[in-house]
Design a protein around this ligand. Structure first.
Ligand code: LLP
Length: 426
């Protein structure tokens, strides 16, 4: 493969500028690297805003941004400003959202093991929805509600017994799952039975199901709706959330389905299954909002050619800023922003600086012939589950997050420093 990188994989406002240099929202990426150093995550802010708007247009105001995909104070503000609810699944995510000033009623609390402290924090803040995941959680929630005389709106998370076509680690809708109440086992029925009869405490307003992540086949969602419908229709509740999971193209030739198409498929399945038109059908996308909004820029430090075997190109980040290749075998593209549209006839393996052989970022990456030490190398579509799953492995400080918009760049998460690395040591 020697084709240039597919520009459709880049953020919406990426352009090939002077001399082939990459710009995003009018900001020269090489200049930005010079100023902020590498590795650095660069996000196209308007791209994020546009995806949020599309999600709201497709699903309505109940649609939530799944903060686990990428979160920081500014991301919380922007998703909120653009009209999305925000799904938080831990006390930490809840804290960030509240810190950002998100209206608590626009928050949805998730989690398969919510602690007393997390539930109390959510009740005291007044979050809009709590998605109940287990009988133990129901026990805790009822007790905490009684102490506060609280009646929070809850959805029951069910596992509809649908296997989405995706990586096993991110499949969640099957019967054998740590999440939610099984439909097949009768647990879902038991859970709603307990809630529907109760005059006080948690109030059942809807049902939730999340079948997995990075799903391209829209009929997987339709199957889930079909499986849930008979159960849902007996409850007389008004909200059905189909979770997140819409797939995103990471490499050439992988399509990215639209929010509109996703919503259409879900609505059609709901109508076919007899779910009344007045029911609010919503979703909870994370990846599809932020993945393609960002690129990661690295500096090439070492090139090791093993004749007849492989060429290793080592960059200054690795599995600490992008664990997805190691965890899921995920593929990425690579290119040089100094000559964005150059053909890429050379095959190399892009690796990180961590002390293990598994620390691969792109196996068999197509790169330009003249790739050299000192080059800035970019991997696109790194806006989801990169920064959010970043670690300090080998005490590598986590990269900054820089947002660009209308010709200007601003740091929304600063680079970690060596001092940060010892700041919690006692
Ligand atoms: N709602 C729930 C309840 C979830 O568990 C998730 C993702 C989402 C929504 C958002 O899913 P999305 O639209 O982003 O696919 N680290 C993995 C993905 C894990 C997804 C976890 N849950 C990866 O990098 O591929």
């Amino acid at each position: 493969m020697s084709r240039p990188v597919d520009l459709d994989l880049l953020p919406e406002h990426a352009e090939v500028g002077k001399g082939g240099r990459l710009t995003i929202a009018g900001v020269d990426v090489l200049d930005l690297c010079e100023e902020h150093g590498t590795p650095v995550f660069v996000y196209d802010e308007q791209h994020i805003r546009n995806r949020c708007r599309e999600a709201v247009a497709a699903f309505g105001a109940d649609v939530a941004y799944a903060s686990k995909a990428f979160f920081c104070t500014e991301m919380a503000r922007v998703a909120h400003e653009e009209g999305m609810r925000i799904d938080v699944s831990t006390g930490g995510e809840l804290f960030v959202a509240l810190h950002a000033g998100v209206a608590p009623e626009r928050l949805v609390l998730h989690g398969n093991n919510k602690s007393d402290a997390e539930l109390a924090m959510a009740l005291d803040a007044g979050v809009g929805r709590i998605v109940v995941d287990s009988f133990d959680e129901l026990d805790r929630l009822e007790r905490l509600c009684e102490a506060r005389n609280a009646r929070p709106a809850v959805l029951v998370r069910i596992t509809p017994g649908v296997e989405a076509h995706t990586h096993e680690y991110v499949m969640t809708g099957q019967d054998d799952s740590k999440f939610g109440f099984g439909l097949a086992s009768g647990d879902a029925e038991k859970a709603v039975g307990r809630l529907l009869g109760a005059p006080s405490g948690p109030e059942l307003v809807g049902v939730h199901a999340h079948i997995g992540s990075q799903i391209f086949a829209l009929d997987s969602f339709a199957k889930a709706v079909e499986a849930i419908a008979p159960f849902f229709s007996t409850l007389g509740v008004s909200e059905l959330c189909i979770g997140g999971g819409l797939g995103v193209g990471y490499v050439e030739g992988e399509p990215t389905p639209s929010f509109e198409g996703w919503a259409r498929a879900v609505r059609a399945a709901a109508a076919d299954a007899g779910i009344p038109a007045g029911v609010s059908l919503s979703a909870e996308p994370g990846r599809a909002i932020v993945a393609a909004a960002a690129i990661t820029c690295y500096t090439v430090g070492t090139i090791k050619d093993i004749p007849g075997i492989r060429t290793y190109v080592s960059v200054d980040g690795g599995m600490s800023d992008n664990p997805r290749p190691v965890l899921y075998g995920s593929g990425y593209e690579a290119f040089l922003p100094r000559e964005t549209a150059a053909s890429r006839p050379r095959t190399v393996t892009v690796v990180g600086k961590h002390c293990e052989s598994g620390d691969v970022i792109v196996r068999d990456a197509a790169v330009p012939e003249d790739l050299a030490v000192g080059d800035i190398l970019v991997t696109p579509v790194t806006g989801a589950y990169g920064h959010s799953m970043a670690s300090n492995y080998n005490k590598v400080p986590r990269p900054p997050v820089v947002w660009v918009r209308d010709g200007a760049a601003r740091v929304v998460v600063r680079r970690e420093t060596f001092e940060d690395l010892v700041s919690r040591d006692c």
